[in-house]
Design a protein around this ligand. Structure first.
Ligand code: NAD
Length: 301
């Protein structure tokens, strides 16, 4: 049986590691949060006393951390801190699967540093949110060597329903932020169109049905309508609680714009969505679901 280490047991990593355990795998876990560790122990995982202890005998290491600095800090040590990085403690030849959403640059730096330590690596950010992590229906968007993705595939399929390879190291992260930039644009545009109709006396449910059968059809109208009361069981009908946070969307839009700068790519729509989400977060919606951008339009000009 493959020896698995899993580091980062938050909203996403917790249920992902649980699904590996449920599939019958032996998983050694570590997180800085005692509560997160207790939840995984209750689910049947082996709790390690440190990140280094978790990876020392691992054949495959998963990480699911917030952002660049956490990932590079975990593997290579935090600048100015005593804590050592774990890279030198992972057995040579093992495979690291980093599923955090980080910059493509950081993903390449991770791959370079791990290669120097004799460890293989793929970036494997996910789409599908907390619901997908719990249900085991995530989409993995990988970057790195095909052989490494194929080696990881059976384990990824315990946590997700689709595994794609976008290209070399960092390409998984580029594909992921292209998708999320489009999502930010689609959600803002859908909220804008719905509010325009409402301002002219239209019923948002009827307008949504019309657009769903017309050329404005998109994912947000299909499964994630931002206008309260149009759909059951979505964050907009639960005071925008749960789901994908405004601040996480803002983080992904920031990554998209930084990536665009490197290639001088034009992203006026991404810029507009980022500016809207920035204002929305500053107005106190950072911890609400990203479909709450509808509230920004409700405030009027
Ligand atoms: P989270 O904040 O809930 O969890 C992060 C976990 O990492 C925490 O439990 C924290 O204690 C742990 N951690 C941080 N530094 C650590 C270290 N050095 N060692 C051990 N543990 C450490 O975040 P999340 O919602 O699970 O998101 C994780 C990643 O997935 C992010 O990059 C996010 O952008 C991405 N993502 C999130 C969603 C979502 O809907 N939440 C969807 C897709 C992708």
């Amino acid at each position: 049986m493959t020896a698995i280490a899993f580091i980062g047991l938050g909203n996403m990593g917790g249920p992902m590691a649980t699904n590996l355990v449920k599939a019958g795998h032996a998983v050694t876990v570590f997180d800085l949060s005692a509560d997160a560790l207790a939840a995984l122990e209750a689910a049947g995982a082996q709790v390690a006393s440190s990140a280094i202890a978790a990876v020392q005998n691992a054949e495959i290491v998963f990480s699911m951390l917030p952002a660049d600095k956490h990932v590079l800090g975990l593997y290579f040590g935090y600048a100015g801190a005593d804590a050592k990085g774990i890279a030198g403690f992972i057995p040579k030849g093992a495979l690291v699967v980093d599923s955090s959403t980080i910059s493509a640059e950081a993903a390449r730096e991770l791959a370079q540093g791990l290669t120097a330590a004799g460890v293989r690596c793929i970036d494997a950010p996910v789409s599908g949110g907390v619901g997908g992590a719990k249900a085991g229906t995530l989409t993995f968007i990988c970057g790195g060597d095909n052989a490494d993705v194929e080696e990881a595939r059976p384990l990824l399929e315990c946590m997700g329903k689709a595994v794609f390879t976008a290209g070399a190291h960092g390409a998984g992260q580029v594909a992921k932020i292209c998708n999320n930039m489009l999502l930010g644009v689609l959600m803002s545009g859908t909220a804008e169109a719905l509010k325009l109709g409402i301002d002219h006396g239209l019923n948002p449910q009827v307008l949504s049905e019309i657009m769903l059968q017309s050329s404005g059809r998109n994912w947000t109208l299909e499964v994630y309508n931002p206008c309260p009361g149009v759909m059951d069981n979505v964050p907009s009908s639960n005071d925008y609680n749960g789901g994908f946070l405004v601040d996480l969307m803002l983080k992904d839009l920031g990554l998209a714009l930084a990536t665009a700068e490197q290639t001088n790519s034009s992203t006026p729509m991404g810029n507009a969505a980022a500016a809207l989400y920035q204002q929305h977060s500053e107005q106190g919606f950072g911890k609400k679901d990203f479909s709450s951008i509808f509230k920004w339009f409700e405030q009027g000009k």
